[in-house]
Design a protein around this ligand. Structure first.
Ligand code: SF4
Length: 324
């Protein structure tokens, strides 16, 4: 635990703006609340992504005010499907109850959906959107599935380019003014912004595992070092993988793509998860440069805005505003 407090001191010196806890049920770890309080005392914004299980939220009132936002994962709007995906009966009801509590507490609440080939049809997405509205969350946040970690055995859950285009078009059509995204494919091909919108992994964000391993983001599991042995600032400056992510070279169709300056080759994590390197276009990109109409000509010309949420700096993710 001493090492974690030393890390918090280092994060403060580096003027890190925000920390999100996720990838497991962090509230179950002993000392979690005290550690959060320590980080908050430095003025660091905190976020939490959770499955919303009743175990994690037993003592919610002890720490809910420490968080700027809390996201609860819900992958289906039907209890049976969500329970089966999460692996236990009652997961849906627990998540719904937790979301209700968070909304009542007045904290920024997100319903978080991992987009997979199993839940990206228009009708499933429409049901999830209705659920968000019924539950009165602030945002519905979607992230595409990446086949890493436990997900590496489920390649079939990855969205095809066609499925991703359909899903993103649907989210945009829901409310063009109320949707924003940090996924370069969404920005470049759906929202039509002309501003640079590169993948955030290793650039504005990184992930630190419970064993201290530092990876460029939640979906790249190759460690670039370990904070229990090395100085985090040194790691950020000297890692070859982080440098590659920050200065992505373009390969294949990206070299002639009219959106290459906006998109920068898509989501680095998605490329790395499938290819094991960065020398390829985003595997879920549906554009065929030279064959399809120039995507630069389509889409509303949106200006990217800062919405103040933690994940818009953290990973390629798409928000739909529900309450604002
Ligand atoms: S071809 Fe490459 S640069 Fe163009 S939109 Fe697709 S991933 Fe982005």
């Amino acid at each position: 635990m001493k090492q974690w407090y030393a890390l918090a001191d280092a994060l403060s010196l580096m003027e890190i703006e925000a920390v999100n806890f996720g990838g497991g049920e962090c509230p179950l770890a002993s000392g979690f609340v005290d550690f959060c309080r320590y980080l908050r005392n430095f003025g660091i914004k905190l976020g939490l992504t959770t499955n919303g299980s009743s175990q994690s939220f037993q003592e919610i009132e002890r720490y809910v005010d420490l968080f700027h936002e809390i996201g609860v994962s819900m992958d289906f709007a039907e209890a049976k499907l969500h329970d089966s995906f999460r692996g236990y009966k009652g997961a849906f009801e627990e998540a719904v109850t937790t979301i209700g509590q968070l909304v009542d507490y007045g904290i920024n609440t997100e319903l978080v959906t991992c987009l997979t080939n199993n839940n990206c049809s228009r009708s499933m997405l429409s049901h999830l959107h209705s659920l968000c509205t019924d539950l009165k969350v602030d945002y519905w946040r979607t992230t595409r599935f990446h086949p890493v970690g436990r997900g590496s055995a489920s390649l079939d859950l990855s969205l095809t380019p066609n499925a991703l285009e359909q899903a993103y078009s649907f989210l945009y059509e829901l409310q063009p003014d109320g949707v924003f995204s940090t996924d370069p494919l969404f920005q470049a091909l759906i929202a039509g912004t002309d501003e640079e919108s590169p993948c955030q992994c290793g650039r504005a964000s990184l992930r630190i595992g419970s064993n201290g391993a530092v990876t460029p983001g939640p979906y790249i599991h190759r460690a670039v070092g370990n904070v229990t042995e090395e100085n985090l600032d040194d790691l950020l400056q000297h890692s070859a993988l982080l440098q590659q992510l920050r200065k992505r070279e373009l390969f294949g169709k990206c070299r002639i793509c009219p959106k290459r300056h906006v998109c920068g080759g898509g989501c680095g994590s998605a490329v790395y998860a499938i290819e094991g390197h960065l020398q390829a276009p985003d595997p879920a990109c549906w554009v065929r440069p030279g064959q399809d109409p120039d995507p630069a000509e389509s889409g509303t010309k949106l200006t990217k805005k800062n919405h103040g949420t933690i994940h818009e700096y953290y990973l390629c993710t798409t928000y739909v505003s529900i309450r604002s």
